[in-house]
Design a protein around this ligand. Structure first.
Ligand SMILES: Nc1nc2c(ncn2[C@@H]2O[C@H](COP(=O)(O)OP(=O)(O)O)[C@@H](O)[C@H]2O)c(=O)[nH]1
Ligand SMILES: Nc1ncnc2c1ncn2[C@@H]1O[C@H](COP(=O)(O)OP(=O)(O)O)[C@@H](O)[C@H]1O
Length: 228
């Protein structure tokens, strides 16, 4: 019997080092499951493009491969979450990234699961040198893995793609160090709560079926809109 009356909105987090495939896997999740995607990096880049107060404060930290201060990111992300109807499921990508962010989030929202993409740093360094981003949507491409139909142009809008300034090798190295120091400790935070589900590998196409299987069977069989 289907227990449709018990449907509830799911609150999921996707974690992993920069370039581990969070955006790529998130796009597949929202294609196949009825969820709203919230990416802190996309939000910050939109604020920078608008030259807003948030954007102006965040810009230098991002360019330096550092994390943007907790207070700023928390305010930005929580204000976006609050705009989502309570009946809508959401997937947070890139947030939280520090214990302080996770603790603040846990006082405001109940989290159902954390998907962690465990990809070796060597693989990431190679990938990020070939990442092309459509800034306004957050869509990503890669020279070898999923190239755009026309080089340098977004498939859906025809607008130009850019190589993010923070994808330069020296900034990538700094971001990986920042991840190791400030974000990796979050894995234990969520493991202790029994929420962490880690997927290791070097290829998204191998990781994705496992993530999909987990979401379909365990977390949200009721919102799965794909044909398994
Ligand atoms: N070669 C290769 N590139 C991938 C794979 N998965 C994702 N990418 C690319 O790697 C880059 C980083 O992925 P992205 O989803 O942006 O990672 P994020 O920084 O964690 O959100 C992008 O250019 C993707 O197109 C993969 O399995 N192989
Ligand atoms: N939760 C966050 N806390 C602090 N800084 C953040 C957060 N999310 C994004 N940022 C800033 O934005 C940059 C880009 O983030 P993101 O788009 O998630 O890229 P990636 O996953 O490739 O590192 C980060 O390097 C960091 O400076």
């Amino acid at each position: 019997m289907r227990l449709t009356l018990l449907r509830k909105a799911i609150h999921a987090i996707i974690m992993g080092p920069p370039g581990s495939g969070k955006g790529t896997v998130s796009a597949r999740i929202i294609r196949d499951f009825d969820m709203q995607h919230l990416s802190s990096g996309d939000m910050l880049r939109a604020e920078i493009a608008e030259q807003s107060t948030y954007g102006t404060k965040a810009k230098q930290f991002i360019e330096d491969g550092k994390l943007v201060p907790d207070a700023l990111v928390v305010e930005l992300v929580l204000s976006q979450i609050q705009k989502i109807p309570t009946s809508t499921s959401w997937l947070l990508d890139g947030f939280p990234r520090t214990i302080e962010q996770a603790e603040t989030l846990s006082t405001k929202e109940k989290i159902d699961c954390v998907i962690n993409l465990d990809v070796p740093f060597e693989t990431i360094r190679e990938r990020l040198s070939g990442r092309w981003t459509h800034l306004s949507s957050g869509r990503v491409y890669n020279d070898g893995f999923n190239p755009p139909k026309i080089p340098g142009v977004d498939d859906l809008t025809g607008e130009p793609l850019v190589q993010r300034d923070d994808d330069k090798p020296e900034t990538v190295q700094k971001r990986l160090e920042t991840y190791q120091l400030q974000t990796a400790p979050l894995l234990d935070f969520y493991r202790e709560k029994g929420l962490l589900h880690s997927y290791s590998g070097t290829k998204t196409d191998e990781i994705w079926p496992k993530v999909k299987e987990f979401l379909s069977t365990t977390i949200m069989p009721h919102v799965n809109r794909s044909r398994l």
